[in-house]
Design a protein around this ligand. Structure first.
Ligand SMILES: [Zn+2]
Length: 57
């Protein structure tokens, strides 16, 4: 999920859209489309463990 940190005010914003043509900071309303994507807490993102139960023979 795309997050961006505004280089102008430092505010963190999130967009649910997977593609975007224009991204305005919700705090200062500047164009931050070219700002790099970031994750607010990258350490918390880990793949979900999928446990498959298989019958024993
Ligand atoms: Zn901003």
């Amino acid at each position: 999920m795309p997050w961006k940190r505004c280089p102008f005010c430092g505010g963190l914003s999130y967009s649910a859209a997977t593609s975007y043509n224009e991204w305005l900071c919700p705090y200062c309303e500047k164009d931050i489309t070219s700002a790099p994507d970031c994750s607010p807490d990258s350490s918390a993102t880990k793949p979900t463990d999928v446990t498959t139960s298989r019958p024993e023979d």
